[in-house]
Design a protein around this ligand. Structure first.
Ligand SMILES: Cc1cc2nc3c(=O)[nH]c(=O)nc-3n(C[C@H](O)[C@H](O)[C@H](O)COP(=O)(O)OP(=O)(O)OC[C@H]3O[C@@H](n4cnc5c(N)ncnc54)[C@H](O)[C@@H]3O)c2cc1C
Ligand code: SF4
Ligand code: SF4
Ligand code: SF4
Length: 421
């Protein structure tokens, strides 16, 4: 059988920019290290020898979700909306300190801390805010419970997490990986290589509805009345649940923008490639974690989906050890909590692809989409494309924050209602 290298002579420049999620997997696979990243962009920074590896492993270009589910979760993706799962629940950290600092229930921070303290891992790949530019985030290897706790909270900005996998692979492991669906897609493809399988045995996937270009954070900083140089510390989910953007200035000033008041930037600064992303709940992770938006669980709970046997076992073990408080919920509850973004990803993907035609080799089953849903998703796409225009962005920049906050909240309510129709 020919080797992976012999099978393909494609180079980095054969990967269409339109398919690139900026996951960073190509940085890790390149044998001569000519793909560079600054944390959220990847580019060729030397002479490519056309070995074909980045092309073949790139998850932005093609994904066989069913085959990867079979390999990593030992089952086909039986549920067309959620993928394969063994356990559906809600959970939160039993530590108040962790729960209050975290994005939703502090489940990810609790699990990583537990894995480190019980010596099951040597570290975890996650994301932190940069020290030199505290308004930007970066992938990081978290080696102690303190580092894990400092890294808590969602970072709503693109980041090339998989670029760190090669570095971590060459160190003493094992490591847990926390990533967005596109990061996990990249990792799962890299795990065709045995060393990546052995070094990263536990994969915790975050849900991802929308992500943002770094320019979104620049916009929010300026809207809050700061310049980048005045920012000492930035949190996307600071304050009591559900939290919001907290900017701490070097002069001691603090600004807070509630989460649902700044979600209008999701439409203005969504990376173009994210419009062709079909995965909300991180369908190839061992276990997935999102925000729980059910009214009966308000106050900081995460939705948790155990997918592989080991993902389900880890959740049970952490609950048994008293690290997590966990309750089972049904599929209908998950759909109630995440309905509008499941519609956006699962139906909207096909609607947007019919307009945008991003050249993807994804094998996906198309659900039936009624005329009403087709129109809703098309109008949403039109709004996104209009708001991404630089002249329109300039106008939005001048609108009062209170008006933008009102529009954000109304838009979210309308989207939730439309998903329930
Ligand atoms: C860009 C983005 C979009 C999201 N969209 C949705 C959504 O639409 N619906 C939903 O229900 N949930 C979404 N989530 C997940 C949600 O915001 C929480 O991250 C999740 O509920 C876990 O909460 P927690 O309190 O358990 O995590 P925490 O205990 O706060 O820990 C979060 C962990 O995630 C890691 N991390 C943070 N940001 C990133 C990142 N960008 N890339 C890789 N690792 C990261 C950190 O290192 C940390 O270890 C999104 C998260 C992100 C980052
Ligand atoms: S591997 Fe990831 S970062 Fe590299 S080209 Fe493909 S999608 Fe982009
Ligand atoms: S040398 Fe190989 S892996 Fe590196 S950029 Fe070129 S084709 Fe991609
Ligand atoms: S929407 Fe999809 S492609 Fe975009 S950051 Fe989230 S998981 Fe990655």
């Amino acid at each position: 059988m020919p080797s992976v290298i012999e099978e393909s002579k494609h180079g980095f420049s054969d990967i269409d920019e339109a398919v690139c999620t900026r996951c960073g997997a190509c940085v890790s696979i390149c044998p001569i290290g000519v793909i560079a990243t600054d944390g959220h962009e990847v580019r060729l920074a030397g002479e490519c020898i056309n070995c074909g590896l980045c092309y073949r492993f790139c998850p932005g270009r093609e994904m066989d979700f069913a085959a990867l589910s079979k390999v990593h979760l030992q089952a086909m993706p039986g549920d067309s909306l959620l993928g394969h799962y063994r356990h559906l629940g809600v959970a939160h950290a039993t530590s108040d300190e962790i729960r209050q600092r975290a994005a939703s229930g502090g489940v990810v921070t609790s699990l990583l801390t537990y894995l480190l303290e019980t010596n099951q891992i040597r570290g975890a790949i996650g994301a932190t805010m940069r020290e030199d530019k505290p308004w930007q985030c970066q992938p990081a290897i978290l080696r102690t419970p303190q580092e894990v706790k400092r890294a808590a909270q969602s970072k709503y900005s693109l980041l090339s997490l998989d670029a760190l996998l090669r570095t971590a692979r060459d160190e003493d492991g094992p490591f847990a990986v926390v990533g967005l669906p596109c990061h996990v897609h990249g990792l799962r493809r890299l795990q065709r290589i045995g060393s990546y399988r052995a070094k990263f045995p536990i994969v915790i996937g975050l849900f991802c509805g929308f992500n943002l270009e770094p320019a979104a954070t620049d916009h929010l900083i300026s809207k809050a009345g700061f310049t980048q140089g005045q920012v000492q510390h930035l949190e996307y989910r600071g304050g009591p649940w559900p939290g919001g953007l907290v900017i701490h200035g070097r002069d001691g000033q603090r600004r807070f923008v509630p989460k649902h008041a700044y979600s209008y930037v999701n439409l203005m600064h969504v990376p173009r490639r994210c419009l062709a992303c079909p995965d909300l709940t991180n369908e190839l992770a061992d276990l997935s974690v999102g925000d729980c938006w059910l009214e009966e669980y308000a106050g900081g709970w995460s939705t948790v989906i155990g997918r592989s046997l080991q993902g389900e076992r880890l959740l049970a073990e952490a609950a048994q050890a008293g690290v997590l408080r966990m309750e089972r919920i049904g599929r209908e509850d998950v759909l109630r909590s995440h309905g509008h973004l499941l519609a956006y990803k699962k139906e909207g993907y096909f609607v947007r692809q019919s307009w945008l035609r991003v050249p993807l080799g994804y094998e996906l089953l198309r659900p039936p989409i009624g005329v009403k849903r087709w129109i809703q998703q098309s109008l949403l796409l039109a709004a996104i494309l209009m708001l991404s225009n630089s002249a329109v962005r300039g106008m939005v920049q001048r609108l009062p924050g209170s008006w933008l906050a009102h529009m954000s909240r109304s838009g979210r309510t309308a989207a939730t209602r439309a998903a329930g129709d």
